[in-house]
Design a protein around this ligand. Structure first.
Ligand SMILES: Cc1cc2nc3c(=O)[nH]c(=O)nc-3n(C[C@H](O)[C@H](O)[C@H](O)COP(=O)(O)OP(=O)(O)OC[C@H]3O[C@@H](n4cnc5c(N)ncnc54)[C@H](O)[C@@H]3O)c2cc1C
Length: 327
C-alpha cells in the first residue's frame, strides 16, 4: 500500500487555502441529493453534522450514549488555543504554528499544523456564535490564559469546564438542525462495521444497544468522529466506552492508522488508588502554569517537602529554561 499524505502542493502558508479553491464545489441544489453518515457526537461529530446539515446535506448522526451531549468531549477542562493576539503579547498564526510543531517534538505534519493555526481564530468565533459562554474579562472581552507551555496568553476557556460548554454549544447547533429536519439522530448505537463499495465508505453496521438488534445504514459518505484511542493504554482519562471499536473496524477494512505516537498523558491526575479503578480522573487543568516545580537539592534528602527550606530547593526547570520559567 502506498503511503500518501495527501498534503496539498504549494507554499506552506497557501497549501490548504489553494486546495479548498481547487476542490470541486457541490451546488446548493445538489447537496440535498447526498446523505452523510456521521459517527460520533463529540465536538468533532456534533459540529460536523450541524455544519453539513446547514450546508444542505442530509445527515444521519450516531452515538453510543443516550444523548449526543454525553460524548467524552464533556471531560475537557483547560481550554482551546487560538492566535487572536488579544493580549498583544506577540502572538500570531506563525507563532501558534511554531509552538504546536515544537510541542509535538517536530513530528507533526507542518502543512496541517499551519492550517490548524490559521483556522484557530474562526473556531473561537464559531463557538461564541453557538452561544458558548467563554470566560470574560471584566470589560467584557473574551479572557485568555497562558497554557500548555506557551509564552503568550492565547487559551480561551470556560472556567474549568471548557469541553462541557463547547459540547453544549455544538449540541445546540446539532439539535437546531434536527428540529429543522436536516439531521436524524440515532443514539445508543455502537458502530460494529464499515460497508465499502469500490473501496469507498458507503455505509455502517451498528448494534442497537436498547434492543440488541443489528441495523445497517447506507449513505454517500461516512465521517468518523469517534474520538481517541487512549484506552489502548492501561488507564486513561477516557471513559471505558471510548473504546476505539469504530476506528479499529475501519482499519480492518483497509483504512490507515497514522501517528500512534500522538497520545497525551495528563500529568495532573488523582493518583491511582487501587485496581478497582477503570479510568484516571483529572484534578484540574486550571492549575497548570501555577505553582513551581522543584526537587530537594540534596538527592538523599528524606524530609517531607514542607520541612525542606526554600534555600534547599532546586527549581531545576526555571534554571534550565529561564525564558520559560515554570511553564
Ligand atoms: C479529561 C480530559 C481533559 C481534556 N482537556 C482538554 C483541553 O483542555 N483542551 C483540549 O484542546 N483538549 C482537551 N482534551 C482532549 C479533547 O477533549 C478531545 O480530544 C476531544 O474532545 C475529542 O473530541 P471528539 O469529538 O473527537 O471525540 P469524543 O468527544 O470522545 O466523541 C466520540 C463520539 O463518538 C462516539 N463513538 C465512539 N465509538 C463509537 C462507535 N463504535 N459507534 C458509535 N459511536 C461511537 C461516542 O459515542 C461519542 O459521541 C481533554 C480530554 C480529556 C479526556
Amino acid at each position: 500500500m502506498a503511503f500518501e499524505t495527501k498534503v496539498p502542493s504549494g507554499p506552506l502558508t497557501d497549501k490548504w487555502g489553494k486546495h479548498k479553491f481547487d476542490m470541486k464545489l457541490v451546488s446548493p441544489g445538489n447537496k440535498r441529493n447526498f446523505t452523510i453518515l456521521v459517527v460520533g457526537t463529540g465536538l468533532a461529530g456534533a459540529s460536523a453534522a450541524a455544519s453539513l446539515s446547514e450546508l444542505g446535506y442530509h445527515v444521519k448522526s450516531f452515538c453510543i450514549q443516550d444523548s449526543p451531549r454525553r460524548a467524552h468531549s464533556i471531560a475537557a477542562q483547560g481550554g482551546i488555543n487560538a492566535a487572536k493576539n488579544y493580549h498583544n503579547d506577540g502572538d500570531s498564526v506563525w507563532r501558534l504554528f511554531y509552538d504546536t510543531l515544537k510541542g509535538g517534538d517536530y513530528r507533526s505534519r507542518e502543512a496541517n499544523v499551519y492550517r490548524l493555526a490559521q483556522v484557530s481564530a474562526n473556531i473561537i468565533d464559531q463557538c461564541a456564535a453557538q452561544g458558548v459562554p467563554f470566560s470574560r474579562e471584566y470589560g467584557g472581552h473574551l479572557a485568555n490564559r497562558s497554557f500548555g507551555g506557551a509564552q503568550v496568553s492565547r487559551t480561551f476557556y470556560c472556567r474549568g469546564q471548557t469541553g462541557q460548554q463547547l459540547l453544549l454549544g455544538a449540541y445546540g447547533s446539532l439539535m437546531r438542525q434536527v428540529n429543522a429536519g436536516g439531521i436524524s439522530i440515532f443514539p445508543r448505537r455502537e458502530m460494529l462495521d464499515l460497508v465499502t463499495v469500490d473501496d469507498k465508505a458507503r455505509g455502517i453496521v451498528v448494534r442497537n444497544l436498547i434492543t440488541g438488534q443489528i441495523e445497517s445504514y447506507a449513505g454517500d459518505a461516512v465521517l468518523l468522529a469517534t474520538g481517541g484511542y487512549g484506552n489502548a493504554y492501561y488507564l486513561s482519562t477516557n471513559a471505558m466506552n471510548s473504546n476505539a471499536t469504530a476506528i479499529w473496524r475501519c482499519y480492518k477494512r483497509g483504512a490507515l492508522f497514522a501517528n500512534p505516537c500522538f497520545a497525551q498523558i495528563h500529568p495532573t491526575c488523582i493518583p491511582i488508588s487501587g485496581n478497582h479503578q477503570s479510568k484516571l480522573t483529572l484534578m484540574s487543568e486550571g492549575l497548570r502554569n501555577d505553582g513551581r516545580i522543584w526537587v530537594p537539592e540534596n538527592k538523599d534528602d528524606k524530609r517531607l517537602p514542607n520541612d525542606i527550606p526554600e534555600e534547599e530547593r532546586d527549581y531545576y526547570l526555571e534554571k534550565k529554561y529561564p525564558s520559560f520559567g515554570n511553564l
